[in-house]
Design a protein around this ligand. Structure first.
Ligand SMILES: *Cc1c(COP(=O)(O)O)cnc(C)c1O
Length: 363
């Protein structure tokens, strides 16, 4: 395997945007263009952004004009988004909602169980509800299937139906079945799901992001055309992608501090680590990267190198056995670090300095 590259980002421009290392750099004009293209590919479909993928306010401000609303999965995300965009429609989901969360205003409440629906009813509030359904459908080829505690099976959905009244109203169904699905796989599922509720269906997120190919994109045009074909007259169809919107605009820049060989294996030790960029550990992949030759220290030349961070654990690995050349002082730029990256990482482990955060703009 060789170094995987950037998938569109300009390494020199990214490096110039951040003085210190390590640093996150977000390419906001690229995010803007990507979100506009996604929006355009989905005529007649409501587009929400799943905030848990990356809640950075600068990214949310770029996304906001392109999305119909935001999907939030906690009281914390709800407060965060409401403060930024008062009045913007929110869908509130997530397992284990507290009584306080069940009182939060939302365009749609995604209810996860009959018990949660009963607690929502007992608040006395008004609410427009989608039932989160966990259907018995084969999902093949997914990176992560959402079986387990999420949503309800058919028996529990049936148990919910008689509970609705004129305050807490059933609007439709919500699905989020898997992550890492391509447009054909998602359309195959949508064909079944859109036929089960004529009124309103939220098809969730999970659009594939291929970390082995930073230049590849989910086929939004095919998905949008397919949904336009499957959607019934008057039916509200909503999707709520996270990763496939923001993964590509983020970069983690760091620097080689040491190169070494241990029992025959070559390692490059980088400033920072997976406590800043946990994505390759959680997903079990090699994070794509590019090396900028800014150093003049000892080096490794055109051989398989494992890139690690500064944590005292063998799990602190960005990428394994990637054929590359690098030397101490070189800049390493990891791509595809805009979703489930900084915000899912264990920042305080070992108490190294936090990265800087920088934003490319058109100005
Ligand atoms: C995480 C999540 C999403 C977003 O998933 P991505 O894989 O980031 O697109 C959407 N809906 C629900 C309910 C989720 O839990």
């Amino acid at each position: 395997m060789t170094a995987l590259g950037m998938g569109g980002g300009n390494p020199e421009r990214l490096a110039a945007a951040a003085a210190g290392r390590p640093a996150y750099v977000y390419d906001l004009p690229a995010l803007d263009a990507h979100a506009a293209a996604v929006r355009q590919a989905l005529p007649g479909v409501e587009l929400y952004y799943a905030v848990k993928a990356n809640p950075d306010p600068e990214l949310l401000r770029v996304l906001e004009p392109h999305v119909d609303g935001f999907e939030v999965s906690s009281g914390g995300e709800h407060t965060h988004v409401t403060a930024l965009f008062p009045g913007k429609p929110l869908a509130l989901g997530g397992p284990g909602k507290t009584d306080a969360e069940l009182l939060l205003p939302a365009h749609r409440m995604h209810v996860e169980s009959p018990g949660e629906l009963r607690r929502l009813l007992s608040t006395g509030r008004r609410a427009d509800v989608l039932l989160r359904v966990n259907p018995d459908l084969p999902v093949s080829g997914a990176a992560l299937t959402m079986s387990g505690p999420f949503g309800m099976d058919d028996d529990d959905v049936r148990a919910c139906l008689p509970l609705f009244d004129d305050r807490v109203r059933l609007r439709g169904r919500h699905y989020h079945l898997a992550s890492g699905l391509d447009a054909d796989q998602l359309l195959g599922l949508a064909e079944t799901l859109l036929s089960t509720d004529p009124h309103e269906v939220n098809l969730g997120g999970g659009m594939a992001v291929d970390y082995r190919d930073p230049g590849a994109r989910f086929d939004w045009a095919a998905y949008g055309a397919g949904l336009a074909r499957l959607r019934r007259t008057g039916q509200v169809v909503r999707i709520e992608p996270g990763r496939a919107l923001t993964a590509y605009c983020g970069y983690y820049l760091t620097e080689v501090v040491d190169v070494k060989r241990v029992r025959g294996a070559a390692y490059a030790v980088l400033l920072g680590g997976t406590h800043h960029l946990r994505t390759p550990v959680t997903k079990g992949h090699d994070q794509p990267f590019t090396v900028l030759p800014t150093g003049n220290g000892p080096g490794l030349h055109d051989e398989p190198v494992t890139l690690v961070g500064q944590l005292c654990t063998p799990k602190d690995i960005f990428a394994r056995n990637i054929t590359t050349s690098l030397r101490v002082g070189d800049t390493v730029i990891f791509a595809m670090a805009g979703a489930y990256a900084w915000n899912i990482s264990h920042h305080d482990f070992l108490m190294h300095p936090k990265p800087g955060f920088h934003y490319l703009t058109n100005a």
